[in-house]
Design a protein around this ligand. Sequence first.
Ligand code: SF4
Length: 91
Amino acid sequence: MNRAADLRALLDAVLKAGPACGPDTADLFTDHDGESFEERYAREQQAKAICWSCPALSACEAYYLALRPADGVWAGLSQEDRDGLRAQAVA
Ligand code: SF4
């Protein structure tokens, strides 16, 4: 399978599991230009709370690990969280 097909299969698994996020909550999961640290923190905490009860959490983790998104909250982790985990993994 090629990368696009792999990503499609991983995304299909997320959708099949019934993600708790969707178009109505997308604003919570994506970075906003000009938001303050406090605003960003509050927004990300709301997004993470949705993730923690999401039936697609493990499928979403597999998807973002393959996708390597530049920002946003995925599987309960912000970009800062993911950077921290990567730094720990190479230390
Ligand atoms: S774990 Fe979070 S980002 Fe992933 S599908 Fe569920 S709610 Fe959406």
